[in-house]
Design a protein around this ligand. Sequence first.
Ligand code: FES
Length: 173
Amino acid sequence: MNQTRRGFMGKAFGAVAGVGAVGALYAMKRSWDPLPSVKAAGFTTIDISACAENKLIVEKWRGKPIFVLRKTAEMVAKQDEAETARDVIVDGNHYLIAIGLCTHLGCIPAYREAKTDFKCACHGGEFDSSGINTKAPPPSPLVIPPFKINGTTLVLGESGPEYTKMKEAGIVA
Ligand code: FES
């Protein structure tokens, strides 16, 4: 291949790779921003009534992924007290709200709808649908971020009475 052709191929590849990267970023943005949400001054506001059951929503708050999972009645019925104590209950619906970073080394665990649990691909750690660590190496549950409930709106970054109650119960630090 002569120099000119190699240069052309390099540019052509670069252009294709660039389009791919933009597409990937767009897809990431779409999957990270699926609900009506407003971000301002360190707060993220999400209307959680739009969440479908057993479908993980990943929002972003202060650069961190935030998991929002609306549980099915069947999931709630199977829970023990410790799991239910971590639920955020809005309009009778139970939600997991948690920072989506594995408490081992910070990877983002994947939600497995069929098993209703989270699996961290990095070292095989697992969490239940309440974010409680069920398989090592994660040493502790997923962290619940400060939140407040306004009607069916979740405000991340503000501490409401539900969050304060969890704090008093030692569920959040
Ligand atoms: S970072 Fe998740 S198991 Fe290690």
